[in-house]
Design a protein around this ligand. Structure first.
Ligand code: FAD
Ligand code: NAP
Length: 488
């Protein structure tokens, strides 16, 4: 009998998980607390509890060619970077094409996921849901948690002495929807992530003055790269990834410094990252440097103190008459429906094998999908996660021992801190191609039957494998024929 899988959430992660379950002959049921699919990408004028909230102008910072699912390219007439409404449209045609809606129970919130008493032999879970005030229980063989991690605002008021005296308005970027109503205001945006930069740029076209306060700075990149290609098609090639892995650190640092400062010298704009050799997620914003040049945005250092109407900064400067503070200070996450012992969140970090599996379970039947921040698009990342996970559920792939998984988690975390730093915004950060390769190798190991083959067969197999996996990357091949981009 087909194994029953509960999928929690119908955003990108939930939709791809559903499709992978169907592909593997599993029997999925998806629970989605809202009335529709799309998760974060479905813009609404109001902020909803329990769901990510975006502003109306959000445009993807990863290109359509690097963002689509592997077997479902985006329509030819879609632009290279997508407004949120276009991404939602993509999900709708994806869900329709693979007939996924029939597996989704809308307006159904998962309240709890608990091990069954016989878990150590069955690996089964009891899932309690609530819909229209009615609770229901059901037993599942496995669970895929796809509930997102951009829901709970991180708003570090304790780092802002004097905030209790501040007489203006303040709110988290999650509350921001559009620039109307901010005309003529003096606005202070805290942080320099993608939310802070987008919001500062948009508000600077209406406000009297926008200030952006950063404690560590950030690299800012354009969505447009060499020869007008989308940045991620140039940055995330197998060759550049290989170079990043083999070149000595000192050479890499020099190359990164040069590459990142090619567009403009970050130092001159007050944006130079404090530790410029970390691979922290860059800001993708074509307008930020010009808005700074026009004086519409002024870059400030860390806020030292707030008064009733002004902000005092670490460098001793003071800005008076601040009307509004936008805390674009990122997110925290939690899993209110899981017992803490299953997936413990500490300092915005979780101990999961390959960012997916709790390592200590007697049966590997619980998986988190999308609890990650890759340097590239999350779409192919969650697709590969789901493909591996469904094969583990089906028994086609197995996980190593708890000890090996724990050792891997510790090593990975050390590497993460070394590459991306300790900042709260980087706790889920991963390399892109390297991580995809790890997942792909779990799914598609050359079968052991080949081990006894003579050398020339091995060479042939390796070349075929290499050609399929790396040279014929379908996304990249498609990108070269994207509308508006000449093929090479
Ligand atoms: P979500 O989209 O958050 O979906 C989670 C779903 O789970 C929601 O529908 C929610 O209602 C449901 N849910 C939650 N709890 C429950 C429950 N208890 N019961 C039932 N249902 C529940 N990534 C990129 O690759 N490219 C980009 O350009 C990009 N831009 C971004 C822009 C913004 C503003 C932000 C915040 C993030 C961006 N990201 C981007 C990263 C983003 O996380 C992913 O694109 C993606 O949306 C994550 O999808 P998800 O399905 O994991 O989570
Ligand atoms: P984020 O990337 O976590 O950035 C948070 C910012 O707040 C960082 O600059 C951080 O600075 C700062 N910060 C945190 N705590 C602070 C404190 N106590 N004092 C001062 N500054 C503090 O959050 P985000 O910008 O909301 O982005 C979340 C995710 O959504 C990212 O993956 C991003 O790429 C994505 N996103 C994409 C788009 C798009 O596609 N257009 C738009 C928005 C967001 P430090 O670095 O110094 O910690």
């Amino acid at each position: 009998m087909a194994k029953k899988v509960a999928v929690i959430g119908a955003g990108v992660s939930g939709l791809t998980s559903l499709k992978c379950c169907v592909d593997e002959g599993l029997e999925p049921t998806c629970f989605e607390r809202t009335e529709d699919i799309g998760g974060l990408w479905r813009f609404k004028e109001n902020v909803e509890d329990g769901r990510a909230s975006i502003y109306q102008s959000v445009i993807s910072n990863t290109s359509k060619e690097m963002t689509c699912f592997s077997d479902f390219p985006m329509p030819e007439d879609f632009p290279n970077f997508l407004h949120n409404s276009k991404l939602l449209e993509y999900f709708r045609i994806f869900a329709k094409k693979f007939d996924l809606l029939k597996y989704i129970q809308f307006q159904t919130t998962v309240l709890s996921v608990k091990k069954r008493p016989d878990f150590s032999s069955s690996g089964q879970w009891e899932v309690v849901t609530e819909s229209n005030g009615k609770e229901q229980r059901a037993v599942f063989d496995a669970v895929m948690v796809c509930s997102g991690h951009h829901i709970l605002p991180h708003i570090p008021l304790e780092s802002f002495p004097g905030i209790e005296r501040f007489k203006g308005q303040y709110f988290h970027s999650r509350q921001y929807k559009h620039p109307e109503g901010f005309e003529g205001k003096h606005i202070l945006v805290i942080g320099i992530g993608n939310s802070a930069s987008d919001i500062a740029v948009e508000l600077s076209k209406k406000a009297a003055q926008v200030f952006i306060s950063t404690r560590h700075g950030s690299w800012v990149m354009s969505r447009i790269s060499e020869d007008g290609y989308p940045w991620d098609m140039i940055f995330h090639t197998r060759f550049s990834s290989m170079l990043r892995n083999v070149l000595p650190r000192t050479i890499l640092k020099r190359m990164m410094d040069q590459q990142m400062n090619q567009w403009f010298n970050h130092k001159n704009y007050g944006l130079e990252p404090q530790n410029k050799y970390l691979m922290k997620e860059p800001v993708l914003n074509d307008d930020l440097p010009s808005r700074i040049l026009y004086g519409a945005i002024k870059v400030k250092s860390r806020v030292k103190e707030l008064t009733e109407t002004s902000a005092i900064f670490e460098d001793g400067t003071v800005e008076e008459n601040i009307d509004i503070i936008v805390f674009a200070t990122g997110y925290t996450f939690s899993f209110p429906f899981l017992e803490e012992s299953l997936v413990k969140v500490e300092d915005n970090m979780v101990s999961l094998y390959r960012y997916i599996f709790p390592p200590h379970l007697a049966k590997s039947t619980l998986a988190c999908i999308g609890l990650i921040q890759p340097l590239g698009s999350i779409f192919p990342t969650v697709e590969l996660q789901a493909r591996w996970v469904t094969r583990v559920f089906k028994g086609l792939c197995t996980l190593p021992s708890e000890r090996t998984m724990m050792a891997d988690i510790i090593k990975r975390n050390e590497k993460r801190i070394d590459l991306f730093g300790k900042s709260q915004s980087q706790t889920l950060q991963t390399n892109y191609i390297d991580y995809l390769d790890e997942l792909a190798s779990e799914i598609d190991r050359l079968h052991p039957v080949c081990w006894g083959l003579p050398g020339q067969y091995w060479l042939a197999l390796t070349l075929i494998h290499f050609n399929f996996c790396y040279i014929q990357s379908p996304n990249r091949a498609r990108a070269l024929t994207a509308p508006g981009i000449p093929s090479t």
